[in-house]
Design a protein around this ligand. Structure first.
Ligand code: AP5
Length: 214
């Protein structure tokens, strides 16, 4: 059983590494970012409620995130554990997850300097259907502007505009970064393994370093 949390700033490579880790450990990915974007694309009540928050780089409320996770955990594919990509994002969410009785085995923090992140975001392209992501320079698709698996067109995320990226970074430092100390201190008291990896290295190298620890 592996329940893994991926922490890190926007654009650190959480989504990219999450797909690789899920394949390695045979666990599903729980990405609140993907779930919220799906809700927006479907035009649901939830989607309409959160659309502006996503586009402007704020955080969706802990209540909404808690309900999303609780629903998601009811699906049978989480029997072997799960990879939590981009959640928790606040101390309040971490407390909610703990109250749900999830016992985390690993917390991985991917760290990257802010200036590198702004550069990365401008080159990111995503496949809306699956959440698979690419980078025009560092992780290009096999065929320009098309998803490797389905051949469908890739798009640029609305929140990847430079001014929104700066706002997301500010929110990250203010509300999410405190989770580093939160989980480091938990790991000193129980069997949870907390470790950090340098996300400025290549996708392959970052994954190699994570694989060694996991
Ligand atoms: P979310 O989708 O989770 O976005 P994020 O955390 O800001 O992270 P990103 O998806 O932008 O980046 P990533 O770290 O996954 O990097 P990636 O692998 O794509 O959340 C979006 C929004 O939803 C939030 O702003 C918030 O509004 C809301 N939300 C979501 N969860 C929430 C929660 N729990 N609570 C409240 N609100 C929530 O990589 C980035 C780019 O770099 C790609 O192009 C990639 O190809 C490239 N790349 C990856 N690795 C490397 C590498 N090693 N070298 C070079 N390039 C690389």
């Amino acid at each position: 059983m592996k329940n893994v949390i991926l922490l890190g700033p926007p654009g650190a490579g959480k989504g990219t590494q999450a797909d690789l880790i899920c394949e390695l450990c045979d666990i599903p990915k729980i990405s609140t970012g993907d779930m919220l974007r799906e809700a927006v694309a479907s035009g649901s009540d939830l989607g309409n409620k959160v659309s502006y928050i996503l586009d402007t780089g704020g955080l969706v409320s802990d209540e909404i995130i808690g309900a999303l996770i609780q629903d998601r955990l009811l699906k049978p594919d989480c029997g072997n554990g799960a990879l939590f990509d981009g959640v928790p994002r606040t101390i309040g969410q971490a407390q909610q997850l703990s109250q749900m009785g999830i016992s985390f085995t690993h917390v991985i923090e991917i760290f990257v300097e802010d200036k590198e992140i702004v550069n990365r975001m401008s080159g990111r392209r995503v496949h809306p259907g699956s959440g698979r992501n690419y980078h025009l320079l560092y992780n290009p698709p096999q065929i320009k502007s098309a998803d490797d698996i389905t051949g469908e067109p890739l798009v640029q995320r609305e929140d990847d505009k430079p001014e929104t990226v700066l706002k997301r970074l500010e929110v990250y430092h203010d509300q999410t970064k405190p989770l580093t100390d939160f989980y480091r201190s938990l790991s000193e008291k129980n069997s949870l393994k907390f470790f950090q990896v340098d996300g400025s290295k290549s996708v392959e190298e970052v994954f190699k370093n994570i694989s060694k620890e996991i």
